[in-house]
Design a binder for this molecule. Structure first.
Ligand SMILES: [Zn+2]
Length: 73
């Protein structure tokens, strides 16, 4: 199962973001890809389908950084 580090972006570049809560993934299940915060390596999306991560912008509940999907293929 592949694991990816997301890319940290500036807060003023974050639009329509979702907020992660520390201690539990924002989303879990449906696929085999795991996405970690680019700042603190907290797992934000666990075992999700690639489609579920596409375009995601997530505020990390642990370190407060904004992350975007790393656009891998
Ligand atoms: Zn973080």
């Amino acid at each position: 199962m592949p694991q990816f580090d997301m890319i940290v972006i500036e807060p003023n570049a974050a639009r329509d973001f979702e907020t992660h809560t520390a201690g539990t993934p924002l989303r879990e299940g449906g696929g085999d890809e795991t996405y970690r915060c680019g700042g603190c390596k907290t797992k934000l999306l666990v075992n999700v389908d690639h489609h579920d991560a596409h375009g995601a912008i997530i505020k990390c509940g642990k370190c407060g950084k904004f992350n975007r999907e790393p656009h891998h293929h």
